[in-house]
Design a binder for this molecule. Structure first.
Ligand code: SAM
Ligand code: SF4
Ligand code: FES
Length: 349
């Protein structure tokens, strides 16, 4: 088993069968070896730096109906809010003063924010903070909108592929299509965005083969960023009674992603921190190198409820910034408040 992990470390590649074999037999010792080598790979590529991004969750309205998500249109009990562009700019100002040089603008799929409104917002943020990067995470739009937003100054786009299994994808996304999700990712990449893909671990019905396919898809796509988090149920969704993904399974996937796409930026996700109080520190030690503290106004935090028991819903932006810095330092890493572009994008400049 250790041989397979060493092969992956040296060559960066394993076959689908080898990945499935490894995932099915990860015991204490092999797991530690996987973590050790993933940490070594991350240190080779990015040293001990951890990049901080300020996350602004600007709308909890969503027209889609993903079975796992608390923001799904079918959740009539969800409290909805929309931040006005001026309020989003205020969050950026607060974030800039706290040192952030990347703003991640995330929302449900909310048509209230037309192409025109978003383009103006991106231009306004860039005009005020030309040295900051803008990451969008607003779901699926048409190619023209993606292009206008890029031309307005958006730098990056996060759109998780969610699962590489066509069947599982279709069963979880009654209003969406597997092919369109993948098409959006390749369109975004061809426009010139730094893109982020990724998936959830522990989705009901997900197999080891599906997880192997997630890793192989990522290796093939070669995104700049990879978001991997555990599935966590939300009680007002059809999956409310399902088991959550586990910390161990998620950490193993983070470590494997580091070895298979060594130059990727990989966040220690909020979902990991929500499942385990030290989940984010654990992820940093097995290959993750980004954190995304919350910059949303306190008044709306609780309403952006993707899953139960989400952390940081009652903490000021400055408190999250401070809390994460302490956590990063105590895990043995150093904070980098720069833009933190991916190595792939820096090579292409
Ligand atoms: N609406 C956009 C989209 O879906 O791409 C962006 C916002 S969406 C809330 C961001 C991510 O949250 C999704 O890509 C999904 O992986 C994650 N997410 C949603 N519900 C979740 C749950 N119950 N457990 C863990 N992650 C979840
Ligand atoms: Fe909407 Fe995104 Fe949640 Fe799906 S995951 S319901 S698209 S916010
Ligand atoms: Fe928000 Fe710790 S990161 S309180």
């Amino acid at each position: 088993m250790k041989q397979l992990i060493h092969k992956l470390f040296c060559r960066g590649k394993l076959s689908r069968d080898e990945i499935v074999y490894l995932l099915g037999r990860l015991d204490g010792e092999t797991r530690q070896e996987l973590y050790r080598l993933a940490h070594r790979k991350r240190s080779e590529k990015y040293g001990d730096k951890v990049y901080m991004r300020g996350l602004i969750e600007f709308s909890s309205f969503c027209k889609q109906d993903c079975l796992y998500c608390g923001l799904r249109a079918g959740n009539k009990a969800a409290e909805r809010y929309r931040l006005k562009p001026a309020e989003i700019l205020d969050c950026c100002r607060e974030g800039y003063d706290l040192g952030y040089r990347t703003f991640v603008l995330q929302s449900g799929e909310d048509a209230w924010y037309t192409e025109e409104i978003l383009v103006r917002l991106v231009r306004d943020i860039k005009a005020e903070f030309p040295d900051a990067a803008i990451t969008l995470s607003i779901g699926e739009r048409d190619e023209r909108t993606y292009r206008s937003l890029f031309d307005a100054g958006a730098d990056r786009f996060l759109l998780r592929h969610e699962t590489a299994s066509r069947n599982l994808y279709q069963s979880l996304h009654p209003t969406m299509s597997f092919d369109n999700r993948r098409k959006c990712l390749s369109v975004l990449q061809s426009i010139g965005y730094q893109i982020g893909a990724g998936f959830m671990v522990g989705l009901p019905g997900q197999t080891l083969e599906d997880l192997a396919d997630d890793l192989l898809y990522l290796q093939d796509l070669h995104p700049d960023m990879i978001g991997i988090g555990p599935f966590i149920p939300h009680s007002r969704t059809p999956l409310g009674g399902a088991e959550a993904g586990t910390i161990d399974d998620t950490l193993a996937m983070v470590a494997l992603a580091r070895l298979m796409v060594p130059d990727a930026l990989i966040p220690a996700t909020t979902a990991l921190g929500s499942l385990d109080a030290s989940g984010r520190e654990k992820a940093l030690k097995v290959g993750a190198n980004v954190v995304m503290p919350n910059l949303s106004p306190l008044a709306v935090r609780k309403k952006y409820a993707l899953y139960n028991n989400k952390i940081c819903t009652g903490d000021e932006s400055a408190a999250c910034r401070h809390c994460l810095e302490l956590r990063i330092n105590s895990a043995g890493f150093s904070v980098d408040m720069g833009r933190g572009d991916s190595l792939k994008s820096l090579r292409m400049k």
